[in-house]
Design a protein around this ligand. Structure first.
Ligand code: XBP
Ligand code: MG
Length: 252
C-alpha cells in the first residue's frame, strides 16, 4: 500500500465493503466454492443457504470453516488443518468463479460508482476477503483503476468487526475520518467502520444481516435508494454533530 503524504484539504472518499455490498457474492459464490472444496476433499460437509447465512457472523472463510468443524466434533488440530486445506482450495475455486463473470455487482452499484467518480470522490475498498480473489474480482468487473486503495483480509491481523481494515485505508490515503464514509451490508462491517470513526451507510442484503444496525447513519434496502448526495450528506452530518460536541477530527 502506498501511503499518501498530501493534506486532506477538500478530498472526500467512499470506502466500500465487497462481500454482500458491491457483490451478492456470499450465497451463490463463496458458499458454492466452499461446498465444492469440501466435496473434492471428501470432508462430508455441505452448507445449504440457511446454514451458510447463520455462519456469516464469523468473518473470514478459514475461521468460518474452522469454527464449524470444531462445533461438529473435529479435534482442534484436525479442524485447523482441514480448515486451512479446504480454504486454500475454496479460494482457487472462487477465483475461477470470479473470473468467469458469474459474480455480478449488485444492481445500482455501477451507477453509484460512476456518479461518485464523476463528482471527484475517491473510491476505496475495505474487505476481509483474501486478496487472491478480491483484486481479480474488482478489476475484472470494474476495471483496474476504479478503486485506489484496496485493503483485504491479507493486510490485517484482525478481521472485521475490528477497525483495522478501515484504519489501514485511512493510513494509506492520509485522510482523517471526517473525510470518509463507509458502505457496508453487515453488522460486523458497521462495527468495523464505526470503531475506526467513519460514518457508515448500510445497504441491506436479503441474504445477510436483517438489522438493526446500531451505529449506522443510514440504512437502505438497495443501491437504488443510495445516491451520491445522500452518502456525502451523511459524512457532512456526522462532521456537523462532531463539531457541535467538540469532537471534530483534526484536518492534517
Ligand atoms: C466477508 C467475509 C469473507 C467471505 C469469504 O466479510 O467474511 O470471509 O465470506 O472470503 P465482509 P474469504 O463482507 O465483512 O468483508 O474466504 O476469502 O475469507
Ligand atoms: Mg460484507
Amino acid at each position: 500500500m502506498t501511503v499518501r503524504s498530501h493534506r486532506c484539504g477538500s478530498r472526500v472518499a467512499v470506502v466500500f465493503d465487497v462481500d454482500g455490498t458491491l457483490f451478492d457474492s456470499e450465497p451463490f459464490g463463496h458458499r458454492v466454492a466452499f461446498n465444492r472444496a469440501f466435496t473434492e476433499l471428501g470432508m462430508n460437509v455441505h452448507w445449504d443457504v440457511e446454514c451458510y447465512s447463520s455462519l456469516l457472523s464469523t468473518t473470514g472463510g478459514q475461521r468460518r470453516i474452522q469454527q464449524y468443524l470444531l462445533q461438529s466434533g473435529w479435534s482442534a488440530k484436525e479442524a485447523a488443518e482441514d480448515a486451512a486445506r479446504a480454504h486454500r482450495r475454496k479460494t482457487d475455486l472462487f477465483v475461477d468463479l470470479a473470473l468467469s463473470g458469474r459474480i455480478p455487482p449488485r444492481p445500482g452499484v455501477r451507477r453509484l460508482l460512476r456518479r461518485l467518480a464523476g463528482a471527484g470522490v475517491e473510491l476505496h475498498v475495505a474487505s476481509t476477503g483474501r486478496a487472491q480473489w478480491v483484486r481479480p474480482l474488482l478489476s475484472s468487473t470494474f476495471g483496474s483503476d476504479t478503486f485506489d486503495i484496496v485493503v483485504t483480509g491479507d493486510d490485517v491481523l484482525e478481521l472485521k468487526p475490528a477497525p483495522e481494515a478501515y484504519r489501514n485505508v485511512m493510513a494509506a490515503t492520509g485522510l482523517d475520518p471526517g473525510h470518509l464514509v463507509a458502505v457496508e451490508d453487515s453488522l460486523n462491517g458497521v462495527m468495523s467502520a464505526s470503531s475506526a470513526g467513519l460514518p457508515c451507510a448500510v445497504v441491506t442484503n436479503v441474504h445477510g444481516d436483517a438489522g438493526p444496525f446500531p451505529g449506522a447513519g443510514l440504512v437502505c434496502a438497495g443501491f437504488e435508494e443510495l445516491s451520491a448526495e445522500r452518502l456525502l450528506g451523511l459524512m457532512r452530518c456526522q462532521n456537523a454533530s462532531r463539531s457541535l460536541t467538540g469532537m471534530m477530527p483534526r484536518s492534517s
